[in-house]
Design a protein around this ligand. Structure first.
Ligand code: PLP
Length: 411
C-alpha cells in the first residue's frame, strides 16, 4: 500500500467553504425549503463566487475564440506562458504609468487563475520558507503552505511556524509591520478578502520599506483591484517605488469579468526579484510554470483580450459597479446597534463585527433567523473571531430579499 502525504494530516479540517456547504445541507435537511413559500428559501451571501452573466462584448471574445479553433488558419494548441498580445495588453492596461511598470512580456505569466498560481508559487519556496499572512486571510495562503510542509501542527490559534499578523479594528485592518520576521514570504491582499479593507498608499509604502529592510518577499494578491473606486487607493503594489525589488503580484479575471468558471489570471514576476543566493525568481517561475502547467485555455485568453479592449473595460466597470451597489445595500442593512462594518465601498466584501459573539454561532443564528448563508470570520484566521463576512456576489433580487430579512436579527 502507498502512504499518504503526511502533510495532508496536518491540515486542520475541511476547507472552509466545503464546511459551510455541509452545515447548509444539514440545516436544509432539518428545515426543508417549501417552493410555495419563498421565505423558506436559503439565500447565499456566503461564497465569493460571481453570479451575473458575462457581458456581451467579453462573451463575444470567448465565442469568437472558440469559433476560430475550428478554422485551419485559426487553430492554436498549447500556449505556454500565454499569448504575447495578452501579456502586452495586461502590462499596458494595468501597469502603464505606475512607478514599477510597465513590464516586459516575459515578466507577465498568464495562468488559469490566481488560486492555482498561489498553489504553484509554494514550489518556489519549499518547506523551509518562513510564511507570514494577514490575519484574517484568504485560506489558500495558509493551507497551501501547510501542504508544502512550511507549517507545523495546528496549535489552537493557528499553525505552528506561520506568522499571523492581526488586522483588526484597532489597527484599521493594517498589520503591525514590526511583527514581520526577517526573510519571510508575506502574503498580502488588498482590497482584502475577507475584511474588504483597502490599504492606502502610505500603508503600502511602509509595507515595501519594511520588506526591503528585512529581506522579505511580498506576494501581493490584487484579485479585487478593479473594485477600487477611490482614485487615491493604489490598485497594484507596483504603484509603490521599490516594489520591483521585493514583490510579485497575482491577479485574475475572475471577479472583475465574471471568469470564475472560465479561469484566467496572471502573475507579474519582475526580473529584479532574487533569492538570498542571487538566483532569479522570474527564471524559476518560468521553469515551474513550464514544468507543471501547460498554459491557459486559448478560448479564455481570447475572452481576456476582449475584456481589455475599451468596450471590455467598460463592461468590467459596469459589472463591478453592480456588485458594489449590492455591497452598499448590504452594508446599509447592517447599520444597526450591536454590529459595526468595514468594507463594501472599494471591495465586494463587508466585514461585520458582532462584539462578544462567536462567529460560527453568529453564522448559525443568521442562517436560522434570516435563512441567509454567510461566512464565519473565524474560518479566515484567529482574528476573524466575532466577525461575519458578507459577500456582495448575488442577484439583485436575492440581495434585496436578504437585506430585508437581516432586519429580523435581534442583537
Ligand atoms: N485571491 C483572492 C483574495 C480571492 O478571494 C480569490 C477567490 O475568491 C482568488 C485569489 C482566486 O481567484 P481565481 O478565481 O483567479 O483563482
Amino acid at each position: 500500500m502507498i502512504h499518504r502525504n503526511p502533510r495532508l494530516a496536518v491540515l486542520k479540517a475541511g476547507y472552509l467553504f466545503p464546511e459551510i456547504a455541509r452545515r447548509k445541507r444539514e440545516f436544509a435537511a432539518a428545515h426543508p425549503e417549501d417552493p410555495a413559500k419563498p421565505e423558506t428559501r436559503i439565500i447565499s451571501l456566503g461564497v465569493g463566487n460571481t453570479t451575473e452573466p458575462i457581458l456581451p462584448h467579453i462573451n463575444r471574445g470567448l465565442t469568437e475564440g472558440a469559433r476560430k479553433l475550428a478554422l485551419p488558419g485559426g487553430y492554436s494548441g498549447y500556449q505556454d506562458e500565454g499569448l504575447l498580445e495578452l501579456r502586452e495588453k495586461i502590462s499596458g492596461t494595468f501597469y502603464q504609468g505606475v512607478s514599477g511598470g510597465p513590464f516586459s512580456a516575459d515578466e507577465i505569466f498568464i495562468s488559469d487563475g490566481a488560486k492555482c498560481d498561489i498553489g504553484r508559487l509554494q514550489l518556489l519556496f519549499g518547506p523551509d520558507a518562513k510564511v507570514a499572512v494577514q490575519d484574517p486571510s484568504y485560506p489558500v495562503y495558509v493551507d497551501g503552505s501547510v501542504l508544502m510542509g512550511a507549517a507545523g501542527p495546528w496549535t489552537g490559534g493557528g499553525y505552528d511556524g506561520i506568522s499571523y499578523l492581526p488586522c483588526t479594528a484597532e489597527n484599521s485592518y493594517f498589520p503591525d509591520l514590526s511583527k514581520l520576521k526577517e526573510n519571510s514570504i508575506f502574503y498580502f491582499c488588498s482590497p482584502n478578502n475577507p475584511t474588504g479593507a483597502v490599504s492606502t498608499r502610505p500603508q503600502l509604502e511602509a509595507l515595501v520599506a519594511e520588506a526591503l529592510k528585512k529581506g522579505c518577499l511580498i506576494v501581493f494578491d490584487a484579485a479585487y483591484a478593479e473594485y477600487i473606486r477611490d482614485p487615491a487607493l493604489p490598485k497594484t503594489i507596483f504603484a509603490i517605488p521599490g516594489a520591483r525589488e521585493c514583490a510579485l503580484e497575482l491577479n485574475s479575471f475572475s471577479k472583475p469579468a465574471g471568469f470564475t468558471g472560465v479561469r484566467l489570471g496572471w502573475t507579474v514576476v519582475p526580473k529584479e526579484l532574487r533569492y538570498a543566493g542571487g538566483e532569479s525568481i522570474n527564471a524559476d517561475w518560468n521553469r515551474v510554470m513550464g514544468t507543471i502547467f501547460n498554459g491557459a485555455s486559448n478560448i479564455a485568453q481570447a475572452g481576456g483580450l476582449a475584456a481589455l479592449s475599451p468596450e471590455g473595460l467598460g463592461e468590467i466597470r459596469q459589472l463591478c459597479g453592480f456588485y458594489l451597489e449590492n455591497a452598499r445595500r448590504i452594508r446599509e442593512a447592517l447599520e444597526k446597534p450591536g454590529v459595526s462594518c468595514v468594507g463594501g465601498d472599494n471591495s465586494p466584501y463587508i466585514w461585520a463585527r458582532f462584539p462578544g459573539r462567536d462567529s460560527w454561532d453568529m453564522f448559525a443564528e443568521i442562517l436560522e433567523t434570516c435563512r441567509v448563508l454567510t461566512t464565519p470570520g473565524a474560518g479566515f484566521g484567529p482574528s476573524g473571531q466575532s466577525f461575519i463576512r458578507f459577500s456582495a456576489f448575488g442577484h439583485r433580487a436575492d440581495v434585496e430579499e436578504a437585506c430585508e430579512r437581516l432586519g429580523r436579527l435581534k442583537l
